[in-house]
Design a protein around this ligand. Structure first.
Ligand SMILES: Cc1ncc(COP(=O)(O)O)c(C=O)c1O
Length: 380
């Protein structure tokens, strides 16, 4: 089956005696066992729950992955993967990642004796210069919020040569547009709160992996930390996934139009969208992804006021997050990346003027009109 069909029919386990077209919600914390010397697959829902296993299988099938793990949030997924690290290990991380990931790296690692180093340009990083205690590379591509692109094939191959694990946060594209495991990465993490669930109604996280040993470690940690997704939210996640490809096609179409509109508008100084030919890593993006997603960032020119622009928008709500059906705008420096010290924010380019737009599924003309009107109101 192809992606669109798997999204609808995949993951289903064998519990189909009632012929329900949707996999049922198993609201049971525990499961009766046949006998003391014969335990069945489902024992206790922190370890395994049928509704969760169903969506784990579904997400893995879509990813071409052997295994999928579903967690209570994207940060629970990232934390699970960081749980593989031991005292003395070091992680290389790209310079703009989701603020929560940065909060973890810059606050929690030190308490566990784990080091990190920011890499400004992984595409030109020489792994021969990496310290011998580097055990993990963590990249977001496209990155949040600057939409920078890292060459997954190149980084994974170089890291593998040094026995370093490559982890990719693929939240902005999902497996519909990009499959990092097929490009050589070891682990993929997602905030499934975003496009997978797709309706801004639940939080969820995914971890995808092919390697049996890595899976066994991560599965052990999932059961040990206990940050699993509830059966009801697992059902909602599976429901969202059924329309993922349709939604992403429309998100992308609308984002493209918005990016092109911004590009020709005198109010806009910079547009960051990997689908634009002018994007510095456009060619890398084309070589590894089938699409560019629905998120873009901009900076307005002097003479236009960002606050007035935001306040002038009627369709775009001012809110963190992305990947739901509705259009959102946010101010990364104060809303999603406030955990970065001001000096670091400025060094990376997450400055006060940067705005991130998550383009939704509204009619394209309504979206463009909204932006056009708000830019008029933003003129100083
Ligand atoms: C790229 C990326 N990764 C991870 C996360 C964390 O996900 P969650 O909010 O589901 O914990 C987010 C949330 O915005 C994100 O944008």
């Amino acid at each position: 089956m192809r992606y669109e069909s798997i999204a609808i029919h995949g993951g289903r386990m064998d519990d189909r005696e009632k012929k329900a077209v949707n996999y049922p919600i198993y609201l049971s914390s525990t499961f009766a066992q046949p006998s003391l010397d014969q335990f069945q697959e489902f024992v206790y829902s922190r370890g395994n729950n049928p509704t969760r296993s169903n969506v784990e299988n579904l997400a893995a099938e879509l990813e071409d992955a052997k295994y999928g793990l579903v967690l209570a949030s994207g940060m629970a997924a990232t934390s699970l993967v960081f749980g593989l690290l031991k005292q003395g290990d070091k992680v290389l991380i790209n310079n703009n990642v989701y603020g929560g990931t940065w909060r973890f790296v810059s606050n929690v690692f030190a308490d566990h004796g784990i080091e990190y180093e920011i890499v400004n340009d992984f595409n030109n990083y020489n792994f021969d210069t990496a310290d011998s205690n580097v055990k993990m590379v963590f990249i977001e591509t496209p990155s949040n919020p600057l939409l920078e692109i890292t060459d997954i094939r190149k980084v994974s191959a170089e890291a593998k040569r040094k026995e370093i694990l490559t982890v990719v946060d693929n939240t902005f594209l999902t497996s519909y547009f990009q499959k990092p495991l097929n490009l050589g990465a070891d682990i993929v993490v997602y905030s499934a709160t975003k496009y997978y669930a797709g309706h801004s109604d639940i939080l969820a996280g995914l971890v995808m992996v092919n390697n049996d040993e890595l899976y066994a470690k991560l599965k052990f940690l999932q059961n040990t930390y206990g940050g699993i997704l509830s059966p009801i939210d697992s059902f909602l996640l599976a429901r969202g996934i059924k329309t993922l490809s349709l939604r992403l096609d429309r998100h992308q179409k609308n984002a493209w139009l918005v990016a092109q509109y911004f590009q020709q508008h005198p109010a806009v100084k910079n547009v960051y969208y990997p689908g634009l030919k002018s994007h510095k890593n456009h060619e890398i993006q084309r070589s590894q992804a089938d699409g560019d997603g629905g998120v873009l960032s901009i900076r307005l020119n002097d003479g236009w006021d960002s606050k007035k622009f935001i306040e002038g928008l009627k369709i775009f709500d001012l809110a963190v997050s992305l990947g739901g059906v509705e259009s959102l705008i946010c101010h990364p420096a104060s809303m999603t990346h406030e955990s970065y010290a001001l000096e670091l924010q400025n060094k990376i380019g997450i400055d006060n003027k940067l705005l991130r737009l998550a383009v939704g599924l509204e009619h394209q003309e309504d979206i463009l009109e909204d932006i056009s009107n708000a830019l008029k109101e933003a003129k100083i």
